[in-house]
Design a protein around this ligand. Sequence first.
Ligand code: ADP
Ligand code: MG
Length: 378
Amino acid sequence: MRVDFNINDADLRGSKREFTRNNIHPRILAVLPTIKFLIKRGTKVVILSHRGRPTTIKSSKFKVKNYKQSSLKPFGKILSSLLKKRVNFVNLDALSLINRTKEKIRGSITGSVFLLENLRFLPGEDKNDKKFAKQLASLATFYVNDAFSVSHRKNASVVAITKFLPSYAGLLLEKEIKNLSRIMKNPKKLLVIILGGAKVSDKIGVIKNFLKEVKGQKSKINCFLTGGGVANTFFAAQGLPVGKSLYEKEMIPAARQLLKSRKIILPVDAVRKDKKILDIGPKTAEKYSQIIKKAGTIIWNGPMGYIEDPKFTKGSKAITEAILKSRAFAIVGGGETTSIISNFQFPISKKNIFISTGGGAMLEYLAGKKLPGLEALK
Ligand code: ADP
Ligand code: MG
């Protein structure tokens, strides 16, 4: 079963130092129903995930430089306490000795749960390597994808593995698709897309797709509200000095092209420190809130500012408040975006917000792109 445990240490612990039952990350809670479903029906579950971008040290085969931040070991403990049963953690050495792991699984009792170490510790995962996928597949009799948020990536445990096993969608994946497709089939008028955050190239690509989608037909998209690194890249494309702010230089030509569309709205003021733009300013927050007020459907991915510092969360907070006050239906996705809105501790009414576990995957899906992980299941 492929899940997405790509959660950094700070997010994993929340505001507290320790892991407690009350601060379990939503991404972990989200896959519990499928794990429990499988256990109940008498299977053994082998859980697969990646975490972060580990850099392996070439000289020694299995040494990873940023081991602590990228190991999945802590997740074994968390899962174990949530499932109230032992979770067998299979570290990398054991994974390399795939046969031994196979025997261990075979010898275990029904309902046993295994968690494999970060798949990115091995080179095959990112490369969608068939041999590696076949090795992983040899551990099981069927495959379940419950990682919607990585289904836009051509990875061995998402795509290639489906060539070797009967493959199914997990309950979380199903829920995501049901909700997202329902909304997109019939978006209420005035669709507003809010884009901030860091992965600028992903988002610029998505804007292009959204604009293409609506070409010819009556345009469904009212506007794109920008913040974070996305807005900074547009500023740079306009030739404005962005100093040391977060932006993507390579995306400037694409951003320049997109600026021809009047639908892209840029911040009108900013919060700065040390020659960096770190949040949208109060005037922008007010302007965006007014637009959100009139929206029918909202899609949001990417925080408005450098949210790791509480001083720069005001923009994202204003957006969250505006959404909650509006009558619009909102889809909010992305690791940092969903964690910051839950940190604000507003009473989020499930009625007008769907929290998606996907960031990039959610945007690509909504823009009408085919996701390799989903195609593979067909
Ligand atoms: P998500 O995880 O929700 O998909 P991203 O990963 O694209 O969002 O971006 C989240 C990151 O963007 C956060 O770590 C945040 O600090 C960073 N960020 C947003 N705006 C700024 C900014 N103005 N300057 C620096 N970092 C920013
Ligand atoms: Mg992120």
